[in-house]
Ligand binder design. Sequence first.
Ligand SMILES: [Zn+2]
Length: 579
Amino acid sequence: MKLKVISVFVMSLIFISGCAKQSEDEKFSRLVNNFIDEYFKYHPVVATWVGYHKYDHLLDDFSGEMLREKLEWLKNYRKKFSEFDLKKLSRDNSIDCRILIEKIDEMIFELEELKEHEWNPLVYNSVIGDGLMYLITQDFAPAQERLKNVIERVKQIPRFVKQAKENLKDAPQIHIETAIRQNKGNINILKNDLTKFADTLEISSELKTELKKVVDSAISSLEEYGKWLENDLKPRSKRDFRLGKELYYKKMKYYLKTNLTPDEILSLAEKEKSKTHDEMYQLALKLYKYYYGKEPKKMDKLSVIKAVLDKVVLEHPKPSEIMDRIKSDLNYLTEFIKEKNLLTLDESKPLVVRETPEYQRGVAVASLEAPGPLEKNMKTFYNVSPIPEDWTPEQVESYLREYNYYSLLELSIHEAIPGHYVQLYYSNRCPSIVRSVFWSGTMVEGWAVYAERLMVENGILNNDPRMKLIHLKWYIRVIINAILDHKIHAGGMTQDEALDLMMREGFQERAEAEGKWKRACLTSAQLSSYFTGFQEIMALREEYMKLKGDKFNIKEFNENLLSHGSPPVKYLREILLER
Ligand SMILES: [Zn+2]
């Protein structure tokens, strides 16, 4: 199984290199294969997710010695990759070479300057949680085999926790509080999910005894770690949750891999916000009369929009209808894309719509669960969460309003068709392993936001103004996410200011805005990726249109954009605008 995967890489890499340039390209491919294997050895939990299963028995090593070794390793590869003469490489390899150098620079920045391992306890929580859950839940190999690797990983938890305690020196309070909660979640994985998983298997009594022994020892080390976070790290920590301007600007550069500067992104976002408000107001004016039977009087722009949105959200499915509604929306989207000739869809691998597995519930009503990019023959699920039985009628109603008919459709566009699901299967056809493993989040999220715009531009739901309005509400959230990210981490935006921006100018409910405030404090740069990627794709389309003139064809553009893996958009520019 493992050998087969590796030989596919080698073949595809040789295949894409041109004949005349073979030797330089071959040298490059060999180096890439070595680098990627070593990269996975340093990041075994990431490797499991990606679908490279050679290191499923390992848990990441955060010892000081290992971190120093990793930095040396990165610098060594950086030097080797920068020695390639890009002109002697095929176009695809020349792009991959630059993607690798940028990725290496990002990792060097993380180790030398950002140093999250010294101040962000969530880094450790996710290695443990992801490291166990992928093996327990993802059906890529026989369960017995996966269980053996789970046991190997569980054995390493006490060592891993010891490293976390040695490394964490000072952390923001909000990160520590979240880590304490997530640590309890990790203990639950060991107590419940792992036990349930093992119970479904026929295993020898020796293995059972071993499992119990390693699980007990891991649980006690995690319980002790939770106490340490609470009683030791928390009282002595003073670090600000804001990254600060200098680190934020650098992180944006390494993380987004765009030619836009953080200042340009912010001013673009401010401009788009006011433009979008104007567009929403024009739509709301017409709808106001429809809903209220009169013209709005003495109301400002934002209040008119809000008054109309309050009515539109009342059009929502009953709890028992959500699943069927999503299925019929997906059919509708497939037909719509065919009818408008926007993209060739691959209907040979249908998306599996199912109820969200229990352990993943509680976040969104529906989300895409795709296998890692190197995983073969695994299904993609569109998980739909049933409404929890213990909710009050008020909670249920507010949830349903959030997922009114129009938002539900918008969600399926973003997550599935033609958003993430379609983008992923196009991307997986690209033979470049570099672009599969180091895919650009900015491109992937940018595409999903672009997909939403594409459907509206082409008159989805017969140009229904309610759909357009809800679409713009979604878009303004993308814009505001970028503004929040910048102003919180590079400026001093307070919680009140952030909530006011989201609720008044973004028309969000308090609960949603409060959740977003937390996410914006806990992460940085990621919330800017949606807006940035979308802007880059729209700008690229503009230029592509100019280049093609009368010959411009939207389907050809969309397919061209999706057919080169998921590299940063700046490289897609290079490919698409090549004359
Ligand atoms: Zn997304």
